[in-house]
Design a protein around this ligand. Structure first.
Ligand code: GUN
Ligand code: ZN
Length: 470
């Protein structure tokens, strides 16, 4: 059974005026993006029935049949794509003092267990997707929790926004708290029901989601692989998302759990989990044989620099991945990562690469979170650029928020310098407007007034003694 469409109806014809940037192809890693970069200063982005009709220069305005929105002096970009982020972990973003395995035990599992309550899942999905949009991201591959209703809530809310969203119930049947543990047969039934209901409906797709090799039994991993195979032909196939080789203790643990496997990646390969629609977060501690296997299967890596720095996991070597033809797209990995804004991911990514003597130009970076990410997800016909017929997911950004950003913009002598400074200094406060399928998301949906109730609850938990001691 499929859900009928519940997407908002886009305005018939709308023209956005501003500094329009997108990519016609891969700009490479040079400071000159060449023919792949399309920048139309003070241009017109024409959107008809939610799809891009074209980009025109300032001196070719649309006729009077077009509604116009004037974003002159703003940067107009395709909405960013986040290929790896955890919805329930907004509740534990920026938690102190742990590396991966301790962080999971101490903070993350407890936060996810609260989503056993369907009401919490629903509210969490609303909060998360609004936050994602307000940070300039319009499409994402998202971890829910082990509870089926948590992924159902994300699908329902994303459908209401008309968003491109890929998610699924987390699979975990061992080495985790009882409240989050599932069981192979029931998990399989849950996945199938959700796949039948959501996969390929509107802009939604299902991701088979074994958390990581440590929390799924070999039987559960095999079940996940069977699902991928069984639905190979349904709407281009299912996605698969998981984690890979993030932290050295984790890698050693996997080696003890799966002594027959050559490597961590090999565990997933053995279960039939590596496809062109597989996304593995991190992939820091891999070798050349792993890179060759990633490239051969078309599996992509979600490079998560903010998370890797925050949890002290290690430095991802993008140059080596590139040399081996591995597909890579930058990801926030919130709540290990500390911001939902992909500009912050890129700024951290630049620093992680700089520590290894690599330099990421603004072209490569901005391409990677738009058209490049879309390509890794086999969605570049739909999102990530303003090619004719793509869906108009658009974010309008302020070039500068505050005096420091303004001064830096004023001092820039080239477009690349301007964009690199922007990408490094800007964040979600620079977001001026968000359009999904050509529909502008109302301001009060994106930035709802602070929830006074939630605030008093937090202070109540701390207690007056705790507060006065600061
Ligand atoms: N490995 C297994 N689960 C997780 C998670 O929730 N976050 C991160 N960063 N790594 C993981
Ligand atoms: Zn993650």
């Amino acid at each position: 059974m499929s859900s009928p469409s519940a997407q908002p109806r886009p305005t018939r014809r709308i023209a956005l005026r501003g500094d329009i940037l997108h990519f016609l192809g891969d700009p490479g890693w040079g400071e000159d993006g060449g023919e792949a970069v399309r920048f139309e200063p003070d241009g017109w982005l024409l959107v008809e029935e939610g799809r891009v009709l074209g980009v025109q220069p300032a001196d070719a305005p649309p006729d009077a049949s077009w509604a116009r929105e004037d974003w002159r002096g703003h940067l107009v970009l395709p909405g960013f794509i986040d290929p790896h982020v955890h919805a329930p972990q907004l509740d534990v973003i920026a938690s102190f003092g742990a590396t991966l395995l301790g962080w999971l035990e101490r903070y993350t599992y407890a936060a996810e267990a609260r989503f056993a309550d369907p009401e919490q899942s629903q509210q969490g999905a609303e909060r998360f997707l609004r936050a994602l949009l307000s940070h300039g991201t319009t499409s994402a591959v998202v971890f829910a929790t082990a509870h089926r209703h948590s992924s159902e809530a994300l699908f329902t809310v994303a459908q209401r926004f008309g968003m491109r969203l890929i998610t699924g119930k987390v699979l975990m049947d061992r080495n985790c708290p009882e409240e989050l543990r599932d069981e192979v047969k029931q998990a399989e039934r849950d996945c199938i029901e959700s796949i039948e209901r959501w996969h390929g409906v509107d802009r939604l797709a299902y991701a088979v989601t074994p958390r990581f090799a440590a929390t799924s039994s070999p039987a559960q991993l095999s079940m996940a692989g069977r699902l991928l195979q069984a639905y190979e032909r349904r709407a281009g196939g299912l996605y698969m998302q998981s984690h890979l080789a993030e932290n050295r203790d984790e890698v050693q643990w996997i080696a003890r759990l799966f002594p027959q496997s050559r490597s961590y990646l090999d565990v997933y390969a053995g279960a039939g989990l590596l496809t062109r629609r597989s996304v593995l977060a991190h992939g820091i501690w891999v070798d050349d044989a792993d890179r060759a296997l990633l490239a051969r299967t078309g599996t992509s890596i979600a490079f998560s620099p903010s998370s890797n720095l925050f949890l002290g996991s290690g430095l991802f070597d993008w140059e080596r991945a590139r040399a081996a033809c591995v597909q890579v797209a930058p990801a926030s990995d919130v709540g290990g990562g500390t911001s939902l804004c992909q500009l912050r991911t890129l700024a951290d990514g630049y620093k992680v690469l700089a520590l290894q003597g690599q330099r990421m130009p603004a072209w490569a970076a901005l391409h990677a979170v738009t058209r490049g990410a879309a390509r890794t997800l086999e969605l570049d016909h739909e999102i990530g650029h303003f090619g004719v017929g793509t869906i108009a997911d658009v974010v309008v950004w302020r070039w500068a928020d505050g005096a420091v950003q303004q001064r830096r913009q004023d001092m820039a002598r080239s477009l690349h310098e301007r964009l690199f400074a922007w990408m490094t200094l800007a964040d979600e406060h620079n977001v001026a407007a968000v359009y999904v399928r050509g529909c502008k998301i109302p301001t009060d949906e994106l930035w709802p007034a602070a929830d006074a109730d939630a605030q008093s609850h937090v202070f109540g938990d701390l207690g007056s003694a705790g507060l006065s001691s600061f």
